[in-house]
Design a protein around this ligand. Structure first.
Ligand code: SF4
Length: 440
């Protein structure tokens, strides 16, 4: 029996792909192991969103070079963008496969093991094939992600995704509902509809309209359909693009009680000049208008965002615009990063790169501001009761950690095992990154 080990880097989409890959290999008779030193096949599933990602990958491969693995495969975004260069930089790699080709991995491993090929590279954009080729998930968790679309047509100037994941495509509604039903029938209670840009979803409808045309559904219809499935307790979606966020989706939050009143709408910058340079397709005023409209339609809604500081050409005034926007929105939780160039993107070639020291200073100021808003929000929950889904044990005995509808970590102590359970929790106190409560 051939054993394999997968090391996954990066985002939830990569975790999702890795799980699919593992299920596929197990269905073909492979055994998954948790220690790379026990594996015949080492698979590195990569991301190059973060700085020095290639360097980190190569050092991880180097560290494991004495392992007796018969095959080393590198997949995902680095494989897609580096192509043949990977073989030159790490000759021990046998297979390089892009994010749309992982369904071919068993075939490629087989070829290397049989000695038919020493090196294989595949960076084809197969789109739907991988979803159709993968078996149903083996170990279903209480909270599961379903990829509803992949790729991106937006070409933000700093982002490598359109070049690595390819152009945007949406999975047909029928396939998504089948996957959702399987997950719910096998123990999932929370589903997250997932993709690079889910609010531009336009998947083939499950029926034929007059004139024998297949209509398409938007995410609003898809959410309505998933919310009807037996067994579902909580529904989320991520990630949204501000320019594609429409009022219909805002109203859906009022129509579906189990859709959480929380959404991630990454603004990236509060400066119109920088947003233009980033090719984001909206101004800060348009962004704020949508968020205010959302609050008007659905008063319970809370927002999170991503920010990039130190984008090429960002001045002090541009940065202050970002702080002003943060001040107006008051995010519940946010993720902020220093800009770092991705080779192959337009922003990497921009001349006016911001010095590292200034980026660091701005990041600190922004993170302190965001943290203050986060603490204020956490404190506002004290003495309120929140529905919490418990995922894991805490560090202390009898301690459990779950998430409320706002994706905040909620910590409680309990005599009973709470993992996989929804419980109402009275919030007693607030910390920076979590709230502490008591099951009621
Ligand atoms: S919307 Fe922009 S940042 Fe997001 S995946 Fe597409 S190109 Fe990248």
């Amino acid at each position: 029996m051939i054993s394999f080990y997968i090391k996954t880097y990066g985002c939830m989409m990569n975790v999702y792909d890795s799980n699919k890959m593992a299920d596929l290999l197990v269905s073909k008779g492979y055994t998954q192991v948790l220690n790379p030193y026990d594996a015949d096949v080492l698979i590195f599933y990569t991301c190059n969103v973060r700085e020095k990602a290639v360097h980190k990958l190569l050092s991880d491969i180097g560290r494991l070079k004495f392992v007796n693995a018969k095959v080393i495969a590198v997949g995902g975004c680095i494989a897609q963008s580096e192509g043949k260069r990977l073989f030159e930089r790490a000759p021990s790699i046998n297979i390089s496969f892009g994010p749309q080709t992982y369904h071919k991995l068993p075939e490629y491993i087989d070829k290397v093991l049989k000695g038919e090929r020493e090196r294989i590279i595949d960076s084809t954009f197969y789109k739907m094939d991988k979803f159709l080729s993968c078996p149903k998930k083996r170990n279903v968790s209480i909270s599961e992600h379903i990829a509803i679309q992949e790729g991106c047509d937006n070409f933000c100037t700093y982002c490598i995704v359109p070049y690595t994941r390819g152009r945007e495509y949406s999975r047909p509604v029928k396939d998504i509902l089948e996957e959702a039903k399987w997950l719910l029938d096998n123990g999932a209670q929370e589903l997250v509809l997932w993709g690079q840009n889910v609010n531009s979803y336009h998947g083939e409808a499950p029926y034929i309209t007059i004139g024998h045309h297949k209509a398409t559904w938007r995410i609003e219809q898809l959410l309505q359909a998933v919310a009807q499935l037996p067994g579902i307790r909580r529904l989320r979606y991520s990630t949204s693009h501000p320019k594609d966020f429409n009022e219909a989706l805002m109203y859906v939050h009022n129509e579906i009680p189990l859709l959480v009143p929380f959404t991630h709408i990454p603004v990236q910058s509060g400066s119109d000049r920088i947003l233009k340079q980033m090719n984001r397709g909206y101004t800060s005023a348009e962004y704020l208008y949508k968020l205010n409209k959302f609050r008007e339609i659905c008063p319970a809604i809370q927002f999170s965002s991503d920010f990039i500081v130190g984008f090429p050409g960002e001045t002090e005034e541009d940065f202050k615009d970002t702080l002003r926007l943060v001040e107006q929105v008051k995010y519940t939780i946010s993720y902020s990063f220093k800009y770092s160039p991705r080779s192959g993107t337009p922003a990497a070639k921009m001349l006016d790169q911001v010095p590292e020291k200034i980026k660091e200073q701005r990041l600190k100021i922004l993170q302190d501001t965001l943290l203050q808003d986060q603490i204020t929000f956490n404190k506002a929950l004290v003495d309120k009761t929140q529905e919490v889904l418990f995922y894991k044990k805490g560090k202390r005995v009898k301690q459990y950690i779950g998430k409320n509808v706002y994706m905040q970590s909620v910590v409680v102590e309990s005599e009973k095992d709470l993992i996989g359970k929804f419980k109402d929790v009275l919030i007693k106190s607030a910390e920076e990154n979590c709230v502490i409560g008591q099951v009621v």
